[in-house]
Design a protein. Structure first.
Length: 366
């Protein structure tokens, strides 16, 4: 028997046509690491990235189309066991939205639109959290790779933990765009500050430590991890170092996370030698990274996430059509395959929300 009270609700967005069940929910048991399917819905095209708001009551999903027909979908929880219903959509007015984030004040959401070189900022206010029409920011420039960096390609939007900036990583121009937030948390789209990174790196996703003193970024084109020191005095990012995350020296960096305890950085690579690199954050040496281990995973680990207690890491293996479960070692951050996985067609993103009601159910997932 699997206790929902000792579990999390796991939301998964996948690639696939609208008639397929591309938005799925599961229960994840924090004691055993097992997964139980709860619900799935169709009607969404390529919901490849998800963001949670209102403590899991609301979910935003990009519908990643390589055309201006792409939309942002809002879903609302309609029960306590992982059931969500689409309630609104807004055109992104951009192509291939591949990432979405909700502002710290919960009043707007931002998508990174890879193929149009833009971001879309959606008002997200009121008691009903209505999704409004977006403001659009278009970037300019290109990088040194004439095939992959022929134009701007925003890949991630996030917010610094100190609430001062919205940050956009731009694979196409080798830049990080910083937009200041005012005292109310609203973003100033006219005050962008650009930070250049090493040419040809192709920034993909960036994460910050809880004190907002360090940023760690996975680069798609090289597969390495960049370390930045965040200067609160100058309100900018300063590059410190870069570290290999795949001994195969191939591109394909995909996702990055800091462990909840703040001791380890995990970075995934796909294309060749698919797996997850583990680094120690050396607090005695400027928070630089020390490579510890590399754990092979299933094919094309596009995304992964850690449970809030830091004990489990789950990997979306897109080309193997499954989600794999790994146990995290609390002493050295290493990953141990549990051998346990759940079938899931082309998984692209995994997020957790709290389970809100105690009940029991048979675990029929194998």
């Amino acid at each position: 028997m699997l206790s929902i009270a000792a579990s999390l609700i796991m939301l998964v967005g996948s690639y696939g046509a609208p008639e397929e069940n591309n938005f799925r929910t599961f229960s994840f048991d924090l004691e055993s690491g097992q997964i139980m399917p709860l619900d799935s819905i169709s009607g969404l095209s390529n919901p490849s990235f998800l963001a949670v708001a209102d403590n899991g009551e609301t979910v935003l999903a990009v519908n990643e189309e390589d055309s201006y027909s792409s939309v942002l979908t809002m879903l609302r929880k309609d029960g306590t066991d992982g059931h969500y219903t689409p309630v609104a959509q807004q055109p992104v007015i951009g192509k291939k939205p591949c990432h979405v984030a909700v502002s710290p004040n919960g009043e707007y959401a931002v998508t990174a639109n890879y193929s149009s070189g833009t971001i879309s900022v959606f008002p997200f206010k009121g008691e009903e959290k209505e999704l409004g029409k977006p403001r659009i920011v278009k970037f300019q420039g290109h990088g040194v790779d004439t095939i992959r960096q022929e134009m701007p390609h925003p890949h991630c939007t996030t917010f610094t933990p100190d609430g001062k900036f919205m940050v956009v990583t731009d694979l196409g121009t080798d830049r990080i765009h910083q937009f200041p937030l005012d005292y109310d948390g609203d973003v100033d789209l006219s005050g962008v500050l650009d930070v250049s990174v090493t040419p040809g790196f192709g920034p993909r996703h960036i994460v910050f430590d809880k004190k907002c003193e360090n940023g760690y970024m996975i680069n798609e084109l090289t597969g390495n991890v960049s370390h930045f020191r965040y200067s609160t005095y100058h309100d900018t990012l300063n590059a410190v170092n870069a570290y290999e995350s795949n001994s195969g020296h191939v591109g394909g960096g995909s996702a990055i996370n800091i462990s909840p305890c703040g001791k380890w950085v995990y970075a995934s690579n796909r294309l060749n030698g698919d797996g997850i690199a583990v680094f120690k954050i050396d607090t005695s040496n400027g928070w630089e990274l020390v490579p510890l281990s590399y754990t092979p995973t299933g094919k094309y680990p596009r995304h992964f996430t850690l449970t809030p207690d830091g004990k489990w890491l789950l990997v979306a293996c897109q080309d193997d059509n499954r989600i794999e479960v790994y146990k995290c070692n609390e002493k050295d951050g290493s990953l141990t395959p549990t051998g346990y996985s759940v079938p899931c067609s082309q998984p692209a993103c995994i997020v957790f929300t709290p389970a809100s009601a105690p009940e029991t159910a048979d675990n029929t997932s194998k």
